[in-house]
Ligand binder design. Structure first.
Ligand SMILES: [Zn+2]
Length: 254
């Protein structure tokens, strides 16, 4: 549960998310891990990367950043005169990260060209998202990461971090995102209909259809999950990053 970003976190949202997942028949088989309880693990990962010279302190502020957003390596060899340490960045090597996504296929990214040395500890002292998820995936023994395709662009950075920390790389599956007719993301902020408005069995059925599966209609929730476990076909998931609600013919307005 990603709850380490107090300015962005909405009170009670973790409980609401877990409650909604449970209503849909999804219950964790491990105790839920809250990032807010893991600060020590993140700090020790950052310390070891600094000690090994794989990370460095950066004194740049937002206005020092080039318009491209790609970090030019300003503080790689030490802070410039008059700068004080703000954030910690990870060295990216010139090498290209390659991985095979189970839906999206072969992906390759040269981090030096796409992002440059990236932040692993933010100027406000919080661990960056990339660092926290990599440390937690390894801690929980995660072997397959299944998530929306909007996180495809984070994967190369996470693999680079795993390699720097000597951690195993899990398999990655980035499924298509449902987007509204005008191409915008779905979410509370965008005024989308909440999943909670649908009866649980119908919501799960729509999600399965969206992912290219063909569940028979009229099933109860338990039956539907049993069907899904038996008939699931990853190769039926459309190999796209996004799908508009009309193109996947969902039976209700997204
Ligand atoms: Zn810098």
């Amino acid at each position: 549960m990603e709850d380490i970003d107090p300015p962005r976190e909405i009170a009670g949202s973790a409980t609401r998310i877990l409650h909604e997942l449970s209503r849909l028949g999804l219950n964790s088989d491990q105790p839920v891990l809250y990032q807010s309880t893991r600060t020590g693990a993140y700090e020790s990962a950052i310390d070891s990367l600094l000690k090994e010279g794989k990370a460095f302190w950066c004194g740049c502020s937002r206005k020092d950043q080039p318009p491209s957003g790609i970090y030019p390596g300003t503080c790689r060899d030490g802070l410039a005169a008059g700068k004080s340490p703000r954030a910690v960045r990870l060295h990216v090597s010139g090498s290209t990260i390659r991985f095979s996504d189970l839906i999206q296929g072969a992906v390759e990214e040269n981090l030096e060209q796409s992002v440059g040395d990236f932040i692993i500890r933010r100027a406000d002292g919080l661990p960056a998202y990339q660092l926290a998820v990599v440390v937690d995936d390894a801690f929980q023994g995660i072997t397959e990461v299944v998530r929306g395709s909007d996180l495809l662009e984070s994967t190369a950075r996470q693999i680079h971090l795993q390699q720097a920390l000597g951690l195993p790389t899990p398999a990655y599956v980035h499924h298509p995102l449902a987007i509204s007719g005008d191409g915008s993301k779905l979410g509370k902020r965008f005024g989308s209909d909440p999943v909670a408005r649908l009866p649980a069995a119908q919501a799960v059925c729509v999600a399965l259809q969206f992912l290219g599966q063909k569940p028979p209609g009229g099933m109860e929730l338990k039956e539907l999950w049993a069907w899904a476990r038996e008939h699931w076909r990853t190769e039926s998931i459309p190999r796209v990053e996004c799908m508009r609600s009309e193109s996947c013919r969902l039976p209700y307005r997204l």
